[in-house]
Each structure stands twice: as C-alpha cells, then as structure tokens.
Design a protein. Structure first.
Length: 302
C-alpha cells in the first residue's frame, strides 16, 4: 500500500475513483464488472463510501478488502463516526490496520435514511471528524502514524455549518489535526471550487485540495443528489437538463460532456488531482478519461 500523502507527491495529475458498497449480490456483481473496466485506466487509488448512519459498514469493509486483496488496488476506506461508539470506531480502525489498509477519509457521516432529528454524535462516540483524525493518527500505539487521512471539503459550504467562515475554519482545523488531503463534495460550478480553494490557501492550508467530480447519469438522480447534499445546479446546467429530462441516454452523454468541460477548467486552474464519483458505473468515467487524455496527464515523465 501507498499512503495518500505520498500519492499526492507524485508528478502528474492524480486520478482516483469512488465506489459505493452495493446491498445485493447483483449490485456487487455489477460493481466488480465496472471495476474491471476502470482498472484499465490505472487509477492512483479508489475509495469506498460509508452508508448513511453507518448502514453499509459491513459491505464497505467487504468491498475495501476485495479491492485491496483480490484486485490489488490502492484503496481509501470511508469511515464515519455517526451511530458508532468509540469502541466500534476503534474496532474498524484495528481491522483496517490488521489488513494493512493505510488510507481512510474521516467523516462525521450522515444520519440514517429517513431520520428527522438533526445530526448528533453517538453518546459514547467521537464528537466530530477532527477527533476521528486524531485517534486514527495518534490514538493507538500499534497504528501510530500508520494511517494517512483525507477529509471532506465543501465548496458550497457544509449543510450543517453555521456559516462559510466557520466551515472554512473547521476545515483548516481538520488539516491542523493531521489530515493529508482534502477531497471535495460534488459541485457543478467551477467558480465555487476556485473560490473555496483560494480561501483555504489564503488561510495557510497547504495540503492538496482535490475536486470531487460527478458525471451526471440521469436528470432525476442528479436532482436527488444535489437536494440531499445541498449542492447547487447552476442556471446553465438547469437549462441543459431540461432538454434531456426524459431521455436517460442523452442525460448520460450530457454528463460526460459537462464533466469533461469541468475537468478541463480544473486542470487549467492547477488542481493536484481529480476524484470521480463513478456511481459504480464505468462508461462515463472511461469516456471522460479518454476525452481529457488523462493517461498522459497522470503519468510522471521518465
């Protein structure tokens, strides 16, 4: 395994892909069919998400281990504190340590699906992701400095943040606690990312700030996702989506074209990497990779 902090010191653009853990055997088969196609693109690492309320913890670890041991991929495991006691969280960290899986992204996590009460920490758990970073980096002698930790960033402000200023301040606190890289939530207006990145750098943040890119698969899906996470659909994209409202094939192609355009701008801005939310599909990411000739951009010169 290679730590995230070392991956992002390599020359060239760092290309990475995110998956989610399926809940059915059919979904698992579909995921690993996509993995076989996406492996050909030689990602620097892949990541696996953690369901709302920790609902997919078992499947997350199952997928992470299969990607690590069977597929021989560098993998980053999502780890959230929501609905988890200190003991449960440490047990997962111990499991990852035992499997020599070095990379995690430390998250507060989302409440269980359908929950109406506001997010709150487990009464016997960690209070926030900053505490999770600390325990992952320094909380157990056996794994002291073993884990390389990423954290989430929010170009349009975290939905639970009191203000933009407080959100930026907390992100810096996570970096000061030991985070090695910031990977952002999806966004559809690059100006939001540029502003966010510039503001963090002005505050003294020097770790890589990596944009998370979502290739649209369908109009209904992207509207559902943005509503859940508080991301904005810009006016221009709203107009484009209206034209393909009832045509999933056209919407998928729009997603490829729009994400390609986004990535071109992000590369010109000078991002250290691109992290793609694949939704367990290979077609869009493969097409965008080809459009951008990412194979040439991600290879360090000999």
């Amino acid at each position: 395994m290679t730590k995230l902090r070392d991956i992002y010191t390599r020359d060239g653009l760092i290309f990475s892909i995110e998956f989610f853990p399926p809940k059915t055997d059919e979904g698992m088969e579909s995921l690993f069919t996509a993995v076989q196609e996406l492996k050909k693109l030689d990602p620097a690492f892949v990541s696996v998400t953690y369901g709302a309320g920790g609902s997919t913890e078992g499947n997350t670890l199952k997928v992470v281990k299969r990607l690590h041991f069977a597929e021989k991929l560098e993998v980053m495991c999502h780890l959230a504190i929501v609905n988890r006691s200190v003991g449960q969280t440490k047990a997962v960290l111990g499991d990852l340590w035992g499997c020599e899986i070095e990379n995690i992204i430390a998250l507060a996590g989302d409440p269980p699906e359908g929950a109406t009460a506001p997010w709150k920490p487990h009464p016997d758990g960690y209070q926030n992701s900053r505490e999770l970073i600390d325990v992952a980096k320094r909380g157990q002698s056996a794994w002291y400095d073993f884990f390389s930790v990423a954290v989430a960033g929010f170009p349009e402000v975290h939905p639970r943040a009191e203000s933009r200023e407080s959100d930026l301040k907390y992100t810096k606190e996570k970096v000061d606690a030991g985070a090695d890289v910031i990977i952002t939530q999806l966004f559809f207006d690059n100006e939001d990312f540029y502003r966010y990145s510039d503001e963090l750098k002005a505050m003294g943040v020097t770790v890589p700030i990596v944009p998370g890119v979502l290739p649209i698969q369908s109009v209904a899906q992207v509207r559902r996702f943005t509503k859940m996470c508080g991301a904005r659909i810009p006016e221009r994209l709203q107009s484009l989506l209206a034209d393909v409202e009832d045509d999933d094939e056209a919407a998928l192609q729009l997603g490829i074209d729009y994400a390609t355009e986004q990535c071109q701008g992000l590369i010109e801005y000078g991002v250290p990497g691109l992290h793609f939310y694949s939704l367990n599909k290979s077609r869009s990411v493969c097409a965008i990779h080809e459009n951008l000739n990412l194979g040439a951009l991600t290879k360090a010169p000999a």
